[in-house]
Write a protein that binds this ligand. Structure first.
Ligand code: SF4
Length: 338
């Protein structure tokens, strides 16, 4: 038994650097795994103590509970706002976040235990709000089918936000759940410029594939909208990019669209700005102006961009989400991941 919470992992395959991190935050360490099918990615399997996370009351997000079976995300979006959470584990917010993925291998078992508590009120549970639950790791660990089934068994409504096409693997499980509880989904597509996609979201399925996922979910009777996020200042906030994105969204039959302008929290800020410096140094001045005081772009700028999206969406006949219909919350303050 290790008395120190900073544990060097055992069970490594040859030649791997395990890294150190603070397991007190997450649970008990299991194995460290690499596989030729997931080249460049190391999975840190842990046994979580809990899986249902209570969102602080001070948060303005429209849900009180989340489930995050993974930490880190191989989708590797340069701007990912969850990057900083990897530093809590003594891993870095850059390439470690993309390639060192913590897997809560007992997620389903712990979830069932927590849902069975008499104190559980069957409140809405949101998934994909921190990191993507349908990132590549899910192809190996298959945690989501058990999570979906457990939530449905305990009559707990839920939503899933993702950039991963792997969600379609679980279509039958989602349909089965939707017969018993309220199920909603959303895909995140901030732009459809494929050149930019390769640079900014290098580990994700392409935006058009994600929109096809949206179409497939809606056609299968699973409500799916689009989070038009993040809108990148100077890169995708112009009329041409927004109109092309809305047009592509329109063709999927999305039930609603919610725009969110990029926010740059510590961790994401350094990683994203380093990319910008390499590829679009001409935009650094704009970003310094927009994000010098806050992780959020100035309210006037956000309002103007979101109003433009709103107008384009209305013209295209796409509905706004519940939160977007409330104009004061047209731009959701927190949700950007996945
Ligand atoms: S934005 Fe979402 S999909 Fe992209 S790296 Fe972050 S969690 Fe993964």
């Amino acid at each position: 038994m290790c008395s120190n919470s900073r544990v060097r992992w055992d069970g490594l395959r040859s030649g791997e650097e395990p890294g150190l991190f603070d397991v007190r935050l997450l649970g008990a360490p299991g194995r460290v795994v690499s596989s030729p099918q997931f080249a460049g990615i190391t999975f840190y399997e842990i046994f979580a103590r809990s899986i249902l996370n209570r969102v602080p009351d001070s948060s303005r997000v429209p849900f009180r509970w989340t489930i995050n079976p993974y930490r880190g995300c191989s989708h590797a979006c340069r701007y990912c706002f969850a990057r900083n959470t990897h530093t809590y584990l003594d891993l870095d917010a850059g390439s470690d976040f993309d390639s060192k993925i913590v897997v809560k291998v007992n997620a389903v078992e712990v979830l069932r235990r927590e849902l069975a508590r008499p104190s559980w009120r069957r409140e809405h549970v949101a998934m994909g709000t921190n990191v993507d639950c349908y990132q590549r790791a899910e192809g190996r660990y298959r945690l989501m089918p058990g999570i979906i089934e457990a939530l449905a068994d305990y009559r707990t409504p839920f939503s899933i936000l993702t950039k991963g096409s792997l969600i379609l693997r679980d279509l039958a499980a989602l349909q089965h759940a939707a017969r018993r509880v309220d199920v909603s989904t959303a895909v995140s597509v901030g732009f459809v410029d494929t050149e930019l996609w390769r640079h900014v979201e290098p580990g994700t399925p392409s935006p058009l594939v994600r929109l096809e996922v949206c179409r497939a979910l809606n056609e299968a009777g699973i409500r799916c909208g689009v989070l038009l996020a993040p809108i990148l200042p100077g890169l995708t906030d112009d009329d041409e990019h927004l109109a092309a994105t809305i047009d592509a969204i329109r063709k999927t039959g999305a039930t609603h669209v919610t725009p969110i302008v990029l926010h740059l929290r510590p961790g994401a800020r350094e990683w994203y700005l380093a990319w910008l410096e390499r590829h679009r140094p001409d935009l650094l001045g704009l970003y310094r102006r927009l994000y010098s005081r806050s992780a959020y772009a100035p309210p006037d700028y956000r309002r103007a961009v979101c109003a433009k999206v709103h107008e384009l969406a209305l013209r295209a006949g796409i509905g706004a989400s519940e939160e977007a219909r409330n104009s004061s919350r047209w731009e959701h303050p927190r949700r950007q991941a996945s």
